[in-house]
Write a new protein. Sequence first.
Length: 422
Amino acid sequence: MKVLLVNTSDVGGAGKACARLHLGLLNMEVDSKLLLAKKMSNFKASYVLHQKTNNSLFFKIENKVLSVLRRIKLLKPSKKTQEELFIKNRIKGLEKFSFPNSNYDITESELYKQADVINLHWVSDFIDYQSFFKKNTKPVVWTLHDMNPFSGGEHYEEKYLGIDKKGFPIKRVFLDEEVSTFKSVLNLKMEALSNVDNLHFVTLCNWMTNQLKQNDFFEKFLIHKIPNGIDSNIFRIRDKSSSRELLNIPQEKKVILFVADLIDANRKGLNFLVRAIERLEQTNIQLFVIGNKNEDLNRFKNIIQYGKVYDEELLSSVYSAADAFVIPSLMDNLPNTVLESLLCGTPVIGFPVGGILEIINHNKNGLLAKEVSVDALVESISDFLKNGVSYSIEDIRKDAVNKYDEKVQAKNYIKLFESLVK
């Protein structure tokens, strides 16, 4: 059985998750290949598909003429220009928006032609909906790392934007242009999938399954729940004292950890955590932030910005150095960071949203805040600092390994793939 995993890039949360599955399948002796538009790492059996280009003289002349006509306003802006302008004008802090078109054609790849099963992952700007699903002849499994495959372009349909004076999320107001764009994009996607019958969806948690089912159109497709897998040999319990020494973290501090690729993203909720840390009565708290740096955080003496961590062995030490990992996301799927933390034996504190609800066993491996608010987060962190959780770090890890080890994930995917090629 030959399996082709497809992802736009091998970095970011979805990129990591896809690559981990690929490596897990290889370890189970599955003939797996990973096809990417952008390749930053050297994973075994991973390949880049280059974008189609039209270098003909006619095409160049046509483009030049059209460009001149648009510049003097005899023609309206091209569809691509309109899309770029829409994305440029989106409110800062919102998640990425993707249109369902692309100049790539993975069906022309030899890897596609050789594969028995295609496993799509995060494929925005890589898969062109209309052409791919029209040409495709293979069974397809689509792993949903976010909402984009079934949304009107947003990767998360964020309901909130910002935080009010009382510490509650502010309800987002949608512009008319946004609503009309969402509708047209979703209609285009449904049109592309209207005659498709060899497509299966994989969700990482029940929340994503329910989001998908809210649109009756997608009920015709079979849905399978398979959580992400993590390499438990890398993400493991490490000595806290040694980990802190490695990272230059004071031994006597109570360390709260926050990890995100883009810490400024509204959905990640860092502003809720910063406000909570400011209000905590304990004076020996240190907030340790992993991700892109934000100059505004430099004014806080008890916040350390370490920057991005690409080495997973080092990242495992980061989790082990912390007393608790806090994930204040306002909306989330099944975050890799939570799974990584638990595999390292570090308890997790989070808001009761998305897949986080399924991962955190309240008072056992972490704490769930009562609601999405600064007050609730302050209460949960204070409770943890006073009372901790009932699971030992060994029990936290053991429970996580049983559910989220990469072997568990790989076995479930193999079972699904094999059922499609019989």
